[in-house]
Design a protein around this ligand. Structure first.
Ligand SMILES: O=c1ccn([C@@H]2O[C@@H]3COP(=O)(O)O[C@H]3[C@H]2O)c(=O)[nH]1
Length: 241
């Protein structure tokens, strides 16, 4: 296999919440680990690819929200693989600080009131920290591509940019309705919470200028470049935060 195969792991039904596996010529990388207790779902997807936890060479966590980082510590135990994340979200992984949530709409404001989003997850210290705008070359983990800082959703959000010009962008944007995934899957939306839409727009436009044509998402997706461009222009038109 010369190309990287991207496999979506449905953490919640209908791709409302996704993690991803990258299956490269020389290795397997997990991007995001889902809500607490997702290890069986991840194990089932690995088994379909004839792999086990021990085949994972690296765990990349795109940002510190519970539906992405919730099973990271457990996945590290099961796989023995290091966790890579950005330094700007490190204080949230260790719970030295409580995250803030900037709701993007009515649904998110209601969701915030339930307190559900503050559910704790097992804390961890990432083994590999991306610092500032540094990019980490993934070829040493068997994947032609890099992991790099794409702030805006949270301050320490990161994305994976593959040489094939596919990108796995966590929650820089979502698609569908509610948290994403349900119906209108080709239509980009803002995720329920977003720190800074203007920074998100900048990062999306940077990824598009670098030639990325397909965007894999934490909620819904994947999306093509023209829809990502339309969404970035909408974000640029929002009032400054
Ligand atoms: O099982 C779930 C699914 C989702 N959520 C929240 O919905 C948000 C969706 O966008 P996000 O991934 O940036 O952050 C997520 C969380 O805050 C949750 O708390 N528990």
């Amino acid at each position: 296999m010369d190309q990287v195969k991207i496999v979506r792991i449905p953490i919640l039904p209908m791709y409302m919440v996704n993690a991803h596996l990258l299956l490269g010529p020389d290795g397997c990388v997990l991007i995001d680990a889902g809500i607490p207790g997702s290890e069986q779902k991840i194990g089932r997807t690995l088994a379909k690819e004839k792999l086990t936890f021990k085949d994972i060479k690296l765990i990349i966590i795109t940002h510190a929200h519970v539906d992405h980082a919730g099973s990271a510590a457990r996945m590290r135990e099961l796989s023995g693989a290091p966790i890579l994340a950005h330094e700007d979200d490190a204080k949230y992984y260790s719970r030295e600080e409580q995250m803030s949530f900037c709701p993007t709409g009515r649904f998110a404001r209601l969701f915030l009131k339930t307190g559900f989003i503050l559910q704790p997850y097992e804390t961890f210290t990432p083994d590999v920290l991306i610092s500032g705008k540094q990019a980490i070359d993934l070829s040493r983990y068997g994947i032609p591509g890099k992991a790099a800082h794409t702030p805006g959703h949270t301050s320490g959000s990161i994305s994976v940019e593959l040489e094939s010009k596919e990108a796995v962008v966590g929650d820089l944007l979502a698609s569908g309705i509610l948290i994403g995934g349900i119906m209108r899957k080709r239509h980009a939306i803002r995720p329920p919470f977003e720190d800074d839409p203007h920074r998100v727009a900048e990062e999306l436009l940077r990824l598009l200028s670098a030639g990325h044509h397909t965007f894999y998402l934490g909620h819904g997706g994947p999306l093509r470049a023209d829809e990502v461009y339309r969404h970035a222009q909408t974000l640029k038109g929002l009032p400054a935060v």
